[in-house]
Design a protein around this ligand. Structure first.
Ligand SMILES: [Zn+2]
Length: 139
């Protein structure tokens, strides 16, 4: 999720830095879980609220003129793209929650190293450490 950190995330980051060293404490994991569950709820709500925008555009030319049909199709395409992004984010969040269940949260799924706290605080759904993430981008 590439976006400006919210106030909640900034508070989370400060908490993480204040509480210090790895491995993650039960409290830290609980804070991340809360964050992930909140993010999931936001995404699910957004998906629900925009569902009508992604519905097939009716062919009925009487109720929808040609121009407004084009508008409606643009809205639909935009909404579909946004939903694909939300689906990706949701998959990452669900993955992080399931790693939490398995006691593997906070470890890189590629190399097994600990993921930096600051990185997790910005986005608790990340699954790669910074090293693996950057080598992924360049390869
Ligand atoms: Zn790694």
């Amino acid at each position: 999720m590439i976006q400006e950190p919210t106030l909640r995330q900034i508070r989370l980051i400060s908490l993480m830095i204040a509480t210090g060293a790895m491995p993650l404490t039960t409290q830290q994991i609980a804070a991340f879980k809360k964050e992930l569950l909140q993010q999931r709820a936001v995404l699910e709500l957004a998906a629900e609220q925009t569902e009508a925008d992604r519905a097939p555009v009716p062919l009925d030319q009487q109720s929808v003129g040609r121009l407004s049909r084009i508008d409606a199709m643009q809205v639909q395409a935009m909404s579909q793209a946004q939903q694909r992004k939300r689906d990706t984010d949701l998959r990452n969040i669900i993955g992080a929650l399931s790693r939490m269940e398995d006691g593997e949260f906070g470890y890189c799924t590629s190399c097994g190293e600990e993921i930096a706290l600051k990185r997790l605080a910005v986005d608790p759904s990340v699954r790669l450490c910074i090293t693996c993430a950057s080598s992924n981008e360049t390869s």
